[in-house]
Design a protein around this ligand. Structure first.
Ligand SMILES: CC(C)(COP(=O)(O)OP(=O)(O)OC[C@H]1O[C@@H](n2cnc3c(N)ncnc32)[C@H](O)[C@@H]1OP(=O)(O)O)[C@@H](O)C(=O)NCCC(=O)NCCS
Length: 166
């Protein structure tokens, strides 16, 4: 059984464990909170709920919603959706960022997490999404290309891909 679950105040220890396993993040995927204490977890959830709702955002930020990928009731990855692009995200960051926890990589979950997200993107009525990825991040480029991503350009070692929604 595979599904994306939106971050909520109901999230518990299994999510905190995954966030800690992922660490600070790699290849442009940021995982703030990886080093939080147990008692900071609720604050982390509340902050991200406000972020999703666009409440109290600094001017350079846009709303961002986080989801967990569950496979057979185990959380295996994180994916973030930013429905609105600003000038910075158009160059780097794009609409979507994702990460699979290290212990679950190489099992097809990277392809799966983006596939599940594309269903949400479609349900929101978005017509296309931008993804940016380091030119040498072969696994992530394969994830995007497996989800019909079309390479738009490569500038200074960063690829920009668009995925059209049909
Ligand atoms: C990129 C990432 C999400 C891929 O997750 P994953 O679950 O390992 O990916 P999958 O198992 O679905 O594999 C996707 C493809 O990459 C290939 N692949 C996986 N790991 C690879 C590696 N280390 N080197 C080269 N190719 C790799 C797989 O063979 C597969 O190719 P295929 O579609 O031709 O079979 C994961 O490595 C990750 O979280 N990396 C750190 C964060 C990150 O880079 N995020 C993306 C930022 S743009």
């Amino acid at each position: 059984m595979v599904y994306l679950k939106e971050l909520s105040l109901n999230d518990g220890q299994e999510i905190l464990d995954m966030i800690r396993e992922i660490g600070p993040g790699e290849n442009g995927f940021g995982n703030s909170g990886w080093d939080m204490k147990d008692e900071e977890f609720e604050w982390y959830l509340r902050r991200n709920i406000r972020m999703a709702q666009g409440i109290g955002l600094e001017p350079h930020l846009v709303p961002e919603t986080m989801y967990w990928l569950y496979v057979d009731d185990r959380p295996v990855g994180i994916i973030k959706l930013r429905p609105i692009l600003n000038q910075n995200l158009r160059k780097l960051g794009g609409n979507i960022g994702y990460c699979i926890r290290p212990s679950e990589r190489g099992k097809g979950y990277g392809v799966l997490i983006l596939k599940e997200m594309m269903k949400k993107v479609k349900a929101r009525g978005m017509s296309k999404v931008l993804l940016t990825v380091n030119e040498d991040n072969i696994a992530s480029r394969k994830v995007i290309e497996s989800n019909e991503g079309e390479l738009y350009d490569i500038i200074d070692g960063k690829c920009r891909y668009w995925i059209n929604v049909y």
